[in-house]
Design a protein around this ligand. Sequence first.
Ligand code: C2E
Ligand code: MG
Ligand code: MG
Length: 725
Amino acid sequence: MSFPFAGRRGEKPQLVPLSETAHLALLREIEAAGVGSFWATNAQGQLIYLSDKAQESLGPDCRKLIGRDLTSVFKECSLKDDSDTQRSLAFRMRTQAKITDQIVEISPEDSTAKNAASLRWWQVSARPYFDKKGEFCGYRGISADITSEFRHQQNMARQSQYDELTGLANRRRLQQRLTSTLNAFKTAGRVCALMMLDLDRFKQVNDTMGHPAGDELLKQVAERLGALIKDRGEVGRLGGDEFQILLPDVDDRGELSELAKRIIQMLSQPYSLSGRRAIIGASVGIAIAPYDGIEAEDLGGAVDLALYAAKAGGRGTYCFYRAELRDSASQAATIEEDLRDALDKGQLAMNYQPLVDPANNKVKSFEALMRWEHPEKGRISPEVFIPIAEQTDLIIKLGDWALRQACMNAAEWPGDICVAVNVSAKQFMNADFTRLVASVLKSSGLQAARLELEITESVFVGNVEAVDRTFAALKKLGVRLAMDDFGTGYSSLGYLKRAPFNKIKIDQSFVRGCTESGDTNPAIISAIVALAKALDMETVAEGVEAMDELKLVKERGADLIQGYIFSKPLSQAELLQRFAEAKLTFKPDGPPRYRADRMSVFRKIGLIHEDHYYDVMLRNLSPTGARIEGLSGVAAGTQVVLDLGGGQLVVSKVVHSNENSQGLEFETALISDGFGGLMTRHRVSPYALAEAGVPLAALGSGSYPLAQWRGGDKKPAKFVQLALA
Ligand code: C2E
Ligand code: MG
Ligand code: MG
């Protein structure tokens, strides 16, 4: 074919307008060469034409697209999140406007059976065309298949938002979501909970079973979390073994406790990693906007602290953020620092508490308990410093020392009395642990059968085979094994069957208050005793303080008793003195009855009555009531509101009252905070305070300046405020 602008031979080509036919021919030529790709619609906006190249791009099914509305064939999309700022394709077609470089998604197959592989992406441009009379006839457009670039870019965008291993949202996406959610919720006055999870003993699985196993484990954790949370929130992985869950519109701390417990339970079920078994645990921190933080950064900081506290509080627990955690985190850091030197400076000692046979009050063994006398802070409880040591390898050093010290001391005791030493999970899992036990026995000269190792359920977490090997090796040495704090933590019968325990120690929490009427603990104690008998193990009731508790645990068949009722832990010097006097029995001595489950507290709180804010001293607290001091002239039957701090307001009724002390009953019961403390389910939102005139910006995270609202002074104060001690 020749074109007119080619000109005559020898002449300089000239640019002349094309005839209509020549134009069409040119178009065909271009189409045939496979260079351009064209499409067209009719005046109704239906697709009527696809050039060969366009058809080739879409595959044989594209014929089905002919006759369909263009807006249903071309699905607009964009790689950036600005799609809604652009005019929609439908709008532009309605107004017969030009279409320029629009990216569209096309699904040539039936959209019901949408097959991801058949999806195509085009970049299209088009112009409306009109007939001679100026009537609109449809669109004619060109297209370029950008499928592979688009997929590539989409992947890149995905990778920047999602975790490659688990497919969950990554840190960046979570951060963006948190920020945008909180910003939007701030104007709407909505609440949002943030949970942060850390897997216990993940590192050990990773180290001993290999990284592929660790990766597989993380994937399974992600699946379990996804199945549990579903569309209630967004689950993401922050990296390593840290996960986060964003739960919009949840602020009920009762509901969140239940969810946290379920998460911990579910993640603590065994995993199968290419045929091998592993068990891990989880710790959960929880913070709620706007109470614990209004901005993403504050809430993130709060949830970090809550998680840290959960981990320090023992594995497999959850913890809500509260303002005091800010101080305790920095305190923990100083304690850890001081603890590093404590051993070298001789500040640590072992004390021994007797385990007594209640049939004859004779001591059978002593539990070795670590004591730390801090030069400035005085005695620090192992409940404080052991968890801190457990967060680092310091526990191994301390534990080794405790074992050595206890065995050396016990070797000086009368022949048949045993010593029980607490072994932390980290120490137990240390590859050298069995060798250490053997060497300590040898150097102290203590018979293996006189050493008992107290282990908690948390040792079962990790590489199952490695745990079983350590048990077998210890058994071979001839030492005895006791399961400590049974019934708390990851409680599972499977553990009892797997490990050759000689003894089960029933946790104090079952003993405390077991004589109160309606309590289910006696039934649990009986069940544990029956179970132990069936497995040929001894039982110990821990933490017996009162005579009625002693009677009950004896009746329920506990073989041994440990508790203040017989003795507090004693020093080695005190023991040696006793042995010298041949005093091998302990007489029970304690209050006749266990005192009601009221936590003794001594804390300044607020009380609101008729626009007046009073300071009162909280003396004890239970889920259903409290006793306060500091006011007089309060009549029984008065309705008041207690301010427990942090937005926790409790509507209460005065049930009895005397000169300066009142007993209150709560309208709604408090719930457990997971740490032996109590809290309200709901809190007063800072938004509510803002509405009442306190500027939101003035409220730092978790600050509730209710106390500053004292005295609306509309009415004279009804109560007399006494000076607080
Ligand atoms: P545990 O092994 O369950 O020890 C029993 C705890 O209950 C001891 O607290 C003991 O003093 C306390 N106790 C015993 N009878 C009563 C009672 O009648 N009433 C009350 N209220 N408490 C009673 P302690 O010595 O403060 O130790 C706390 C925990 O710290 C221990 O719990 C154990 O888990 C850990 N721990 C102590 N020493 C060591 C150690 O040397 N190594 C390791 N790894 N952990 C230790
Ligand atoms: Mg113990
Ligand atoms: Mg215990």
